[in-house]
Structure formats: C-alpha cells, structure tokens
Design a protein around this ligand. Structure first.
Ligand SMILES: NC(=O)c1ccc[n+]([C@@H]2O[C@H](COP(=O)([O-])OP(=O)(O)OC[C@H]3O[C@@H](n4cnc5c(N)ncnc54)[C@H](O)[C@@H]3O)[C@@H](O)[C@H]2O)c1
Length: 125
C-alpha cells in the first residue's frame, strides 16, 4: 500500500512521514516547496516537486505509484494570506477529485480515521 502525503515537507506533514516510514509504509510526498526548503525525508521516500492543484500531475502520480490513500497537509499556514491575496491560494481540490473513485475514497477515509495501534505491553526481559 502506498500513501501520498501532500505537503509532506512541511511541519506537520514531515512528522507524519517519519512516523509512517518507521512503520514500513511506502510513501510518496507531493510538495511545491512554497513553504520553504522543507524537512529532511527518510531514505526511500520519493519527493515529487509539484502543486496539488495540478490535476494532471496528481492523477499521473496516483496511477504511477498505485496510491491507496492520501493524507493531505499541503496548505498555507498564514490565514491572513487568504484575505489579503486570495488569488494566490491555488485550488487544492484536484487530489480529492483524482482520488475519488469509490475504492480510493473509502481507503483514504479509513486511513485518515484509523487510530494508531496501541503501544506494545510486553515488558522488557
Ligand atoms: N502547524 C500547526 O500547529 C497546525 C495545527 C493545526 C492544523 N495545521 C494545518 O496543517 C496543515 C499543514 O500545516 P504546517 O504547519 O505543516 O504548514 P507548513 O507550511 O509547514 O507545511 C505545508 C506544506 O505544504 C506545502 N504546500 C503548500 N501549498 C502547496 C501546494 N499548492 N501544492 C503542494 N504543496 C504545497 C508547503 O510547501 C509546505 O511544505 C495546514 O493546513 C495547517 O492549517 C497546522
């Protein structure tokens, strides 16, 4: 199973990437680096430089990596930007549209709602 992490180079997204990679999950990050150079990524995680608003690229990425779930962190953190310069905020619906087949949508929904497994209760010997 591959997970597409949008905004995976950012503050919140990169924490998700490191946690998911530690569990052995296959990941691909889509980020346009508009938030800066971004965090270091774990070895083996492919980073695609691009805009989540680019529907063609997103659709191609979903197909190429056989993505089963999308975790969406790409966003502008400064709320004021949407008021002072709303046209600078690209529409970011293409991920949802491209991933909206019933199978992908269901899996994406489950992935975003599932709690992490409980910590191991085994005591060290
Ligand atoms: N930081 C917090 O404490 C916090 C708390 C609650 C919710 N959030 C939300 O989590 C999300 C991520 O926040 P963050 O703090 O990690 O922000 P961030 O700026 O650190 O990360 C956002 C990432 O998204 C990328 N990005 C922005 N627009 C993009 C686009 N069109 N296409 C591709 N990549 C794009 C940026 O380059 C950046 O790497 C935001 O929606 C934010 O509102 C953050």
């Amino acid at each position: 199973m591959a997970i597409l992490v949008t905004g995976g180079l950012g503050f919140v997204g990169s924490h998700f990437v490191w946690a998911a990679a530690a569990r052995g999950t296959e990941l691909v990050v889509l980020d346009d680096r508009s938030g800066g150079p971004g965090a270091a990524m774990p070895a083996g995680v492919e980073v695609v430089l691009g805009d989540v608003g680019d529907e063609v690229e997103v659709a191609a990425l979903l197909a190429r990596k056989r993505v089963d779930a999308v975790v969406h962190f790409a966003g502008r953190i400064q709320v004021g930007e949407s008021v002072t310069n709303p046209s600078s905020i690209s529409t970011s619906t293409s991920v949802a549209r491209s991933a909206s087949s019933p199978r992908r949508a269901a899996r994406a929904s489950r992935a975003s709602c599932s709690p992490p497994p409980p910590p191991s209760t085994a005591s060290p010997t």
